[in-house]
Ligand binder design. Structure first.
Ligand code: PLP
Length: 456
């Protein structure tokens, strides 16, 4: 056999620990603040929302945290996930670069999201939680938590951002198949949702609004907790299984990345592939470039301000320091619904401030163009979110071609796009356009950032 395409690990080679980048950071993360007191948030403040085990993971500085055996047993339904060498894409691009991609679309939900949905449901079950409430953009996270809830016999309620709810009716059907209930957000089921609808009955929704609705519901009942699909430290840590597996697989391929690329909505799949490599670099290993790719229509890392802000639009969450477009910013209704979030994970933002990662932004049409080329070479139809990573990898490969460099590029193909075919149909019909936000709206949202006393 002349060329190897797939690099597969045995189930016994699946990592038994998640990696916690907090252990290796040269400077600790800024503290999380209570918006009322402006004092650091403690575990007790978070207890109405999350089980204690997840709160402890959120603040842990241990380098490795064990993946409980029952969680590993569930992971085995789809993990270890394959790593591919994109021989045909390389050929189509005529690049000397070697392109590898880790494929997370093999999970039951079709993306990386079950990597954290399963442990979140597991730790909630252990703590006696009966009901989980959450938000979803693209529907990938809602599907994942619905799947995890069904494993542990827990009721799951999902607020799905209105524009995605309308664009992807079959996502809701999958959530219902797993036994969950899915509501379009803004909804009439919460005080906050009703207040948004009163001002604009046709509001397209946003992840920030859906989070407010889910949090409002979660704090009302002791048997109910909130689950977040991205942004938080423990969520990013659960996703590091992606990068930890990829490291082993790159070794199998006798290769090591010069560049690692991932798309960023809240930052979890990017962190999943990037953090183990960043940590390895901080401990004296090779330091690949880390490229976060975000949508130009919701550019938190490239155009946002690094400041304290709310994680939701209704101001029910604590304040975290992150790159933000302002919690009142409503991104236009472009198709990568999972990337329509006003903020970025504090850990990813911190890495950007420390110069450990780079960020770029691309428009949706060029990302679909990249995704279609990828599908025609490699066979997998990427999710619109994943198209951003494909675009980022192709840009790097073309740079290598221009510079005559045979660099190794690794990117995370975080999900398939089988529920996103309406977006592809629009692209082929020439009806997909680059959605733009109004600069005045961004300026207004940034002007509304909470004022936080310095120094912290
Ligand atoms: C396929 C896919 N990729 C990426 C994202 C963005 O989230 P994150 O940046 O946390 O990976 C989502 C979120 O829903 C998604 O569904």
């Amino acid at each position: 056999m002349s060329q190897q395409t797939k690099f597969l690990l045995e189930e016994s080679q699946m990592p038994k620990f998640w990696y916690n980048l907090q252990a290796d950071l040269p400077k600790p993360l800024p503290v999380v603040l209570h918006p009322g007191t402006m004092q650091p948030v403690g575990p007790a403040d978070l207890a109405p929302l999350f089980p204690m085990e997840l709160i402890l993971q959120e603040v842990s500085t241990e380098r490795e945290i064990e993946i409980p055996e029952p969680v590993r047993e569930v992971y085995q339904l789809w993990r270890p996930a394959p790593l591919y060498r994109a021989h045909r894409l390389e050929k189509a691009l005529g690049t000397p670069a070697k392109i590898y991609y880790k494929y997370e679309g093999v999970s039951p939900a079709g993306s990386h999201k079950p990597n954290t949905a399963v442990p979140q449901a597991f730790f909630n079950k252990q703590a006696g939680t009966k009901r989980l409430v959450t938000e979803t953009g693209a529907g990938q996270w809602g599907t994942s938590l619905s799947f995890a809830g069904s494993l542990y016999d827990m009721q799951v309620e999902v607020f799905q951002v209105r524009v995605s709810y309308d664009q992807k009716p079959y996502r809701r059907a999958v959530m219902e198949t797993y036994g969950a209930r899915c509501v379009a957000s803004p909804s009439n089921e919460t005080v906050y949702g009703r207040s948004v609808l009163a001002k604009n009955p046709d509001h397209p929704g946003s992840l920030g609004i859906a989070i407010s609705e889910a949090v409002e519901l979660a704090v009302q009942r002791d048997d109910t907790k909130y689950a977040l699909g991205s942004v938080l430290n423990h969520v990013l840590m659960h996703q590091t299984i992606i990068g930890l597996e990829a490291m082993k697989q790159m070794e199998m391929a006798n290769a090591w990345p010069d560049v690692v690329v991932g798309c960023t909505g809240g930052g979890s799949n990017f962190a999943g592939i990037a953090f183990p490599f960043i940590g390895h670099g901080l401990r004296g290993g090779a330091k690949p470039r880390m490229v976060a790719v975000e949508p130009a229509a919701c550019p938190s890392l490239t155009r946002g301000k690094y400041a304290y802000d709310f994680g939701d639009t209704g101001h029910m969450t604590p304040l975290t320091k992150m790159h933000t477009l302002g919690s009142q910013f409503t991104p236009p209704g472009f198709h990568a619904g999972g990337l329509r979030y006003h903020g970025m994970a504090p850990m990813v933002s911190h890495c950007k401030e420390l110069g450990l990662i780079e960020a770029v932004a691309y428009n949706q049409v060029e990302c679909f163009e990249a995704g279609v080329l990828f599908a025609r070479c490699e066979g997998i139809v990427p999710a619109p979110e994943a198209n951003h990573a494909v675009k980022g990898a192709i840009v790097e490969a073309m740079r290598c071609k221009a510079e005559g460099k045979a660099e190794t590029i690794l990117f995370n193909l975080c999900g398939h796009g089988h529920f996103d075919m309406v977006a592809y149909q629009k692209y082929f019909a020439g009806e997909l356009t680059d959605e733009k936000y109004a600069e005045s709206e961004l300026a207004m949202a940034l002007a509304g950032l909470p004022s936080v006393p310095e120094p912290l």
